[in-house]
Design a protein around this ligand. Structure first.
Ligand SMILES: [Zn+2]
Length: 428
């Protein structure tokens, strides 16, 4: 087991925010859009957040799964209003709707039986709607003593409930390490927002997603840069590490971009060549679903026609831009989709929203990798062009760190389609 945590893992909030500033902001260079990460909320503002064991009432608790939100009277909302919503649901007759006007609302879900999250992480169907709807949702795994393991996700759906995976944000919120083997409560909290106003978080069918026995790392590259072949491939191939490059098919052969022969060379070296649309369009700006579909099919056919049919099953959203419309078209045309979100997740239980970390610093990546090794799961690391010495050095440092853990037996590097098969085997 890998659950023993030493006291020195306890971080100050400032340390955590510092690490997040590097690890989780997705703007900056390259093609990632900005997910405008607001400040992490201070726990002190929330009324029922002391973690002590002086609760006067002890609700009987609910089962984790399809029935969790069938009886909202068994749940406890703090700082918000809880209702049942029968329009949106993926299981049963209703979902839970947590309405709030400000930051700091919680929905506590007491579990009838303790659940073992020691080598697992949560997933849940979520939509966030309202005049000031935010993009983030926290989920704390809480043990009987009130110690918390904090996870987080990005929510890209306003109307329809979409399954999202939660990645680690802070494995030890409190002084005492949480007993992950016996989680007795899930506590959801809408993330901080950039504007004030009403927001409703819809939740249904929370699940425990088991992590693979050995942690996994997936290497990915966006935009089809020539440095995939000249810098990344030679370094990864020392250890036979595979990867995927997502290309803009209209830009293949442009200055600084891979040409067809180079793509074939990568494919023959065990890389996948996936789609990043023909021309890097933000698909959320395309109003007609038929037009989104036309663009996705064009890029996919280009790849298939040139023998990249294995990779053509895989897609990366330009600028991380995805909404329900884009998601539903991608589901029709591709077997996987990649965005940036919190990691490490246990496994990407929604293969159309596989989370990745874009161009991390070696220090930020190293922490993610340590969490992945310690708590289980998958970390997907995404790079763009490796065109400066500093970018090449940082990339190599990341690969070296993976290699170090690989030699210790802590991680396996897998190709995206291996991860996909793992998900299908585990969760089907
Ligand atoms: Zn891109």
């Amino acid at each position: 087991m890998v659950n023993q945590r030493s006291p020195q893992r306890r971080r100050t909030r400032r340390d955590l925010l510092g690490a997040l500033g590097v690890a989780c902001l997705t703007g900056g260079a390259g093609c990632l859009g900005s997910d405008a990460v607001a400040e992490d909320p201070t726990d002190e503002q929330t009324p029922d957040d002391t973690g002590d064991d002086t609760e006067t009432t002890s609700p009987p608790g609910v089962e984790l799964g399809a029935e969790t939100f069938e009886d909202v009277a068994a749940l406890e909302a703090v700082g918000g209003r809880l209702a049942a919503d029968t329009e949106r649901r993926v299981t049963g007759t209703q979902c839970a709707a947590l309405e709030t006007d400000g930051d700091g609302a919680w929905l506590h879900v007491p579990l009838a039986e303790p659940v073992d999250f020691s080598n697992a992480r949560p997933a849940c169907h979520v939509a966030i709607d309202g005049a000031a709807a935010g993009d983030f949702l926290y989920l704390d795994l809480v043990d009987a003593d009130g110690n918390r393991f904090r996870t987080r996700t990005v929510v890209r759906s306003r109307g329809e409930l979409v399954n999202v995976d939660f990645g680690i944000l802070d494995p030890q919120v409190d002084e005492t390490a949480v007993d992950l083997e016996r989680i007795t409560r899930l506590s959801f909290r809408p993330g901080p927002r950039n504007e004030a106003g009403p927001e409703t978080v819809y939740l249904d069918h929370p699940r425990r997603i088991p992590a693979p026995e050995t942690a996994k790392v997936v290497f990915q590259f966006d935009d089809g840069n020539e440095t995939d072949l000249t810098e990344a491939h030679p370094y990864l191939s020392q250890y036979d590490y595979p990867a995927i490059t997502y290309v803009n098919t209209n830009r293949v052969g442009d200055d600084g971009k891979l040409d067809e022969a180079q793509l074939a060379e990568l494919r023959d070296a065990n890389w996948l060549v996936g789609s990043h649309t023909p021309d890097h369009t933000d698909l959320t700006t395309v109003s007609e679903p038929a037009e989104v579909e036309r663009r996705l099919r064009e890029a996919k056919e280009w790849l298939v026609d040139r023998g990249f049919d294995e990779g053509a099953r895989h897609f990366a959203y330009p600028y991380n831009a995805v909404n329900e419309q884009v998601l539903s078209v991608v589901e029709e045309i591709h077997d996987t989709g990649r965005v940036s979100s919190w990691q490490p997740v246990a496994l990407p239980s929604n293969l159309q929203l596989i989370p990745a970390e874009g161009d991390p610093t070696p220090a930020a990546f190293s922490e993610l990798l340590e969490w992945t090794v310690e708590y289980g799961g998958v970390v997907t690391v995404l790079h763009h062009s490796l065109s400066t010495d500093a970018e090449v050095a940082a990339f190599r440092e990341i690969v070296d760190e993976v290699r170090r853990h690989d030699r210790l037996g802590n991680v396996d590097v897998v190709r995206l389609d291996e991860l996909e098969s793992m998900v299908e085997r585990t969760l089907s």
